[in-house]
Ligand binder design. Sequence first.
Ligand code: AMP
Length: 429
Amino acid sequence: MSFKKFQLNEKVLAGVTAAGYKKPTPIQDQSIAHIMDGRDVMGLAETGTGKTAAFVLPILQRLMQGQRGRIRALIIAPTRELSEQTHEAILQLGLKTKLSSATIYGGVSVVNQINKLRSRVDIVSACPGRLLDHIGRGTIDLSSVEVLVLDEADHMFDMGFLPEVRKIVKHLPAHRQTLLFSATMPSEIRSLANDLLSDPVNIQIGNSAPVMTVSHKFYPVQTEQKTALLKDILKKTDTQSVLVFTRTKSRAKSLAEQLNRGGHNATSLHGNLTQQKRKQSLDGFRDGRFEVMVATDIAARGIDVSRISHVINYDMPSTAEAYTHRIGRTGRATKTGDAFTFITGQDAELLRSLKKLLGDKWQYQNVDGLTVSPSVCESMGTRAGQLTRPGGNGRKLFSSRTPSARRPQGRSFKDADRIFWSPRAQQAV
Ligand code: AMP
């Protein structure tokens, strides 16, 4: 079934054709008509499923009617990269519409943003912090917003942005359409949705499991052999663009440097870089100048590089959800991709969760002289009742016998771990 069934304005449809979309993805199929009807939508969708176009197309359609030059659609996202990507999707799909789109995020000149906002803007893609800054300065007028989109809401929660989001919403007209997209549905997001959405249509795509066009291979390895294993894989595997994840900013930087010294064209993407350097890395990775990009989770969140053939978890992610997000960078839309994960003796806990999550879709991979027996990784990790940081330095978080009252905020181990290692707490990204 083609996009014609939505009876989109011909200028909007022209953007769909220019983007090369032949038929709607499931999330688009299930949500576009409802959004065009003005309904609130809560979309539980995997990464890479085409959810950006699912909300951008109905927004463009709505904005073809009515006055131009006032902010009528506001999209809030957790990272600059995601805001930038949404902005680019608006430019691509809205090519013929003459609607104007702007981005608002930190790390770049506020003056340029103010100038852009003073000119006529119809759609704004923003990160919460800088948006609140503009609200405080009185440099943005949100009184005409008709559609609010909260994208990757679970990640905004992980980053501690929900209080900011609630503050921003107070500055928007009460009568509006609200769309919320999230890959997972923690209770905090459910309660945000209850507060902000009115009689929403609930759409769930794929039960938030990792993209199934991806194959999942696990390499049991000693920590000190990881770099040699990575180099071996890069040498022997037929790859296009490879995204490598590390846990810390410094490791992302040093690993990219090591790969460069080893003859690879590698770059890094992490929170210590200026916005300009981040853009250079990302643009170079996108257009193929860099074959490898080594990144931390936050920096890589929302990256849409269609040519990524392999995601390599040099360091294990901290949660199964983070795994889903990482490997969502490959196998986007209908393409296939491979996810390789290095596991050490400290990753046993998470390995068990991932095996459960992936069912029969995963396998161990052996490389002579570089990998170790899987049993080494399966049997370790929670020695003497201690929880250790997955993939990390074995630092003790708290003992399993610690009374719940003394665990951070009295939460379960899983939640506490998530908070302890949250990007904001750790500044690890
Ligand atoms: P998203 O989940 O919105 O980040 O989209 C993931 C990728 O799928 C992007 O590269 C989109 O350009 C692409 N995409 C979105 N909708 C379609 C479609 N209907 N057909 C083919 N590709 C699509």
